[in-house]
Design a protein around this ligand. Structure first.
Ligand SMILES: Nc1nc2c(c(=O)[nH]1)N[C@H]1C(S)=C(S)[C@@H](COP(=O)(O)O)O[C@H]1N2
Ligand SMILES: [Mo]
Length: 369
């Protein structure tokens, strides 16, 4: 591992935060200008107003970062991906060069934290939940290139008896409340691992950036972000079920409406967002409201309400990992609440103590002056 400071200097970046960098997030390597990000501890969420002029793919410079600890700057020459366990006949250890020589494909896919929208449990539903108080910016869409995981698992001779794959990251072990939970890792059922999962080494046509998993990460389309393990170092394939704190303690729906040991969080729920800041000021007159909606398997119908009573269809602008849309609005001076709904997004999200999967329609306040 080379030092973070060394990398910043090598990249010609100043080590002292410039004035445009709002809050220090020493866990993240890339710059976090206040115009594009809201920093929450070791994490940074994208401001939706910063996506207004972005295309369907979120540029790396604006892509949210969720780090349990901090971005490791890994040496690709020393890096190996190990595939081992009772579920494979031919354990493997691949260098980056060997990985890149395998058949690859590219997919456009959203990565979204299970806790995206968590802050609305309290601000909109009056419920208190634990975890990073994300607004709606813990999501991004990118084009990922890499080796399909089924290709790697077959190369390692996956057995018919295999049930789980445990990807583990090479970032530091995660210590919380004085307990060391070990490397960030989370079991993935073989059924999903053999479906549409990618071991990605490129993001938006360039090498994977340090903060997003360099030199390789999983991309698990449609599933909560924790499935897409960054800085991938190993894949244990097992013929008995595997567990980690990330499937037994975190990423479970817990609370009065769930079984005592909770229910496992796997796929995401649909969401919609306007490309506007919360409480943004909008000029009076004819405006075009823009936004994006997404969900596992895509979204079909997007409706917008500007008066809390009536709904109009928005016009799709582009499809892909998510759907961009627009709708005209005759904005009159005063306070307004905008709402966008994709398909069957509910008005209320089921409560769970850790605030996962907030999928309700969000009330977005704006002021027209
Ligand atoms: N090794 C490792 N992988 C990880 C994480 C992490 O902290 N360490 N965070 C996970 C979580 S919770 C999310 S939401 C996504 C975020 O991906 P991004 O930072 O590239 O946006 O990475 C996942 N993969
Ligand atoms: Mo996450």
């Amino acid at each position: 591992m080379i030092s973070r400071r060394g990398v910043l200097i090598a990249a010609g970046l100043t080590v002292l935060p410039s004035r445009a960098v709002a809050a220090a997030a020493p866990s993240i390597v890339k710059p976090l200008p206040a115009s594009d990000f809201i920093v929450h501890g070791t994490n940074a969420e994208t401001r939706w107003e910063a996506l207004r002029d972005a295309g369907s793919l979120v540029p790396v410079s604006k892509f949210f970062v969720r780090n349990h600890t901090s971005t490791p700057v890994l040496d690709s020459a020393a890096w190996r991906l190990r595939i081992f366990g009772s579920g494979v006949a031919r354990p493997l250890s691949l260098s980056l060069r060997e990985l890149r020589a395998l058949p690859s494909c590219s997919v456009e896919a959203v990565i979204e934290c299970a806790g995206n929208g968590r802050s609305f449990f309290s601000s909109q539903q009056g419920q208190s939940v634990a975890g990073t108080p994300w607004a709606l910016g813990a999501v991004g869409n990118a084009r990922w290139r890499g080796v399909p995981l089924p290709v790697l698992l077959r190369l390692a001779g996956i057995r018919r008896s295999a049930v789980d794959v445990m990807p583990a990251g090479l970032d530091s072990e995660y210590v919380t409340g004085g307990v060391n939970l070990g490397r960030v890792r989370r079991p993935l059922p073989v059924s999903k691992a053999l479906d549409d999962v990618l071991v990605a080494y490129e993001m938006n046509g360039a090498e994977l950036p340090f903060d997003h998993g360099y030199p390789a990460r999983l991309v698990v389309p449609g599933w909560v972000g924790i499935a897409s393990i960054k800085w991938l170092g190993s894949l244990e394939v097992s013929d008995v079920p595997l567990h980690s704190p990330w499937d037994t303690q975190y990423y479970r729906l817990l609370g009065p409406d769930y079984p005592a040991d909770g229910s496992l969080v796997t796929t995401q729920v649909a969401k919609s967002a306007f490309e506007l800041g919360f409480g943004a000021s909008v000029p009076a007159g004819r405006q075009v409201l823009t936004g994006r909606s997404w969900g596992p398997g895509g979204v079909r119908r997007i409706s917008v309400s500007v008066d809390g009573r009536t709904w109009r269809r928005a016009t799709p602008v582009s499809r892909g990992g998510w759907t961009r849309w627009q709708i005209p609005w005759q904005a009159t001076p005063g306070s307004h609440v905008l709402r966008a709904r994709a398909d069957d997004q509910p008005d209320v999200s089921p409560y769970n103590t850790q605030g996962y999967l907030f999928g309700a329609v969000v009330s977005h306040p704006v002021t027209v002056a």
